[in-house]
Design a protein around this ligand. Sequence first.
Ligand code: PZK
Length: 262
Amino acid sequence: MSDAAVHVGSGKVRELYALDDDRLLLVASDRISTFDVVLPTPIPDKGRVLTGLSAFWFARTRELVPNHLLALHDDGRSTECRRLEMLPIECVVRGYITGSGWKDYRATGEVCGHALPEGLVESQQLPQPIFTPATKAQTGHDENIDRETAAGLVGAERFAEVERIALELYGWVSDHARARGIILADTKLEFGVDPQGRLVLGDEAFTPDSSRFWPADSYAPGGPQPSFDKQFVRDYCEELGWDKTAPGPELPDDVVAGTRAC
Ligand code: PZK
């Protein structure tokens, strides 16, 4: 018997290892990505902060849906997770029109088949939150899909279940955040199914890498909103005139310190 963890996957800033048939180790690094490029300069403690945020939300939402978290390791950035059969869709909920939703709305007036009111401006709050599934692209960008396509990928019953649960989770977390001066504009959730066929929330949840958080006191619809955690890095990269292709620039100490303080 070997205790060596087998590497089974890489995210942009996280690594995934198999511990045994039933358990995975999810390790969050201190790397930061911006404009889809991972930068060479780490942000000290970023992995621990994101891991802690996910653990916080998993603990607070476990009555709504079970999740994959089994244990938080002492390093603060590794978690043991239940190994699931992951659903082949990204479960995005949007309460505000931004990012790819804004792009699709401007082109077609719709997002994932949801007809939206005319005349919305960028970053405006939607009349109600919408479930906007996307495919999991192996390379490049996830593609927004309509509900029929998503239901074809996971089955109609499972689709109805993830839609209902994802909207409940968004409602619960956005209310919690809003009461503390923070807008949860949108969020991306990933679900899996356990050996008993039960739906389980996996991946990371309600971190700034999977969600858009905006400070409510500076919210101003009609344009893009500042990112809670990456604005120092984005502003620095814009001011450098970097062409946003790899490799990304090293970050100076004050940009690292500013981001760390978020
Ligand atoms: C799983 N990913 C994406 C995330 C990476 C890759 N609980 C689970 N069971 C089975 N598979 C996965 C999970 C989770 N979470 C997630 N790929 C597989 C991913 C983070 C880092 F390298």
